[in-house]
Write a new protein. Structure first.
Ligand SMILES: [Zn+2]
Length: 340
């Protein structure tokens, strides 16, 4: 089969579209013919070099396709079924996994990170990871859902414990996590403030349901938040940007507010004034992916049409370098998807 592999870390030039042996599914696995694989910022981090990535390595986290083969032990899905792939790898027998806390498993990782991913034509995965999708959801839409929606769902519900009517600041409306978080917060009747970098993205953010959109290049986020909330600040900040927005995110919180972060797009190190943290009684929470149960829960809302994936642009898998360059420029509103 054809796959995109990296043999060394670096820029888009290290992405190699090449022939590799077909995977053979184990008895508890299914073989998927990949129809779509969405990019995430994680693809860029892995390509640039992350510890735990063994070379050569197949990239790609969010995958959708059809089942073409099922292992002997698999009974709940069939050949021909359209599925998306739950993008997480876990041992499925440790105390955390059997408690349903897969993202705390010591072996937990994401497809395309410490294990091979779905930038390929055939993908062997445990049957538990194959989630049937409704007929009306196309493969590009289906591949655009899993990582960002389970991440935003875990951040807002599992970590920040959102309650109806709260005010939520979502950084970066055009990102996958931003698009998911705006819609999930609206599902909880929250008042949503978000940020975007130009008029077109601001308009799209309003269409997704954001109540207020701040232009983060022309306006100071915390000042606008103060004006919108009459000086109070927000209950929850959804952070994934890092140093470029961190100070503004912390300053936007109300007393006893919660900042939850799942990413570091602009870098890994930030400053935190401890006097501000304790005197304002703030909570700063880390969040990583979500559990299988949370994935099924958020997928229920997607399959019912209450939450909508947004596809920005589709590239052939063979043009993966152009797709990475496009993602790196952050011109997108929504997901960038590869088609084998
Ligand atoms: Zn485990």
């Amino acid at each position: 089969m054809k796959a995109v592999r990296i043999h060394r870390f670096g820029g888009p030039e290290v992405l190699a579209y090449e022939s590799v042996p077909d995977p053979k599914p184990r008895k508890d696995q299914v073989l998927i013919r990949v129809r779509a694989c969405a990019l995430n910022h994680l693809d860029l981090w892995v390509r640039n070099g992350l510890p735990g990535v063994n070379l050569p390595h197949i990239l790609g986290t969010d995958t959708a396709g059809e089942i073409v083969e099922v292992g002997e032990y698999v009974s709940d899905v069939k050949v021909g079924q359209r599925v998306l792939v739950a993008p997480m790898s876990f041992c499925n027998h440790c105390a955390k996994c059997v408690a349903g806390l897969q993202n705390q498993c010591r072996q937990f990782t994401v497809y395309g990170n410490a294990v091979d991913g779905g930038n390929c034509e055939l993908f062997a995965i445990p049957a538990v990871n194959a989630v049937p999708i409704p007929d009306w959801l196309d493969f590009n839409q289906a591949a655009s859902v899993p990582l960002v929606f389970v991440t935003a769902w875990h951040m807002l519900t599992g970590r920040a414990a959102i309650r109806p009517g709260q005010t939520v600041l979502v950084l970066g409306a055009n990102s996958g996590v931003g698009i998911a978080a705006i819609q999930i917060a609206k599902l909880f009747q929250a008042r949503v403030i978000t940020t975007a970098g130009d008029e077109r993205k601001m308009e799209r953010a309003h269409e997704l349901g954001a109540d207020f959109v701040i232009n983060h290049y022309q306006q100071k986020i915390s000042e606008e938040v103060r004006a919108i909330t009459r000086g109070e600040g927000v209950d929850i900040v959804i952070e994934h940007v890092g140093p470029a927005t961190w100070q503004e995110s912390v300053r936007s919180l109300k007393a006893a507010g919660t900042l939850v972060t799942c990413g570091a797009t602009t870098g890994p190190k930030v400053e935190l004034d401890l006097r501000f943290l304790f005197s304002r009684q703030l909570s700063v929470l880390g969040s990583y992916m979500g559990t299988m149960s949370e994935l099924h829960e958020v997928l229920g809302h997607v399959f019912a049409g209450r939450l909508k994936p947004v596809v920005d642009r589709v590239f052939p898998l063979s043009e993966v370098r152009a797709a990475h360059e496009y993602l790196e420029k952050s011109q997108m509103f929504g997901k960038v998807v590869l088609n084998p």
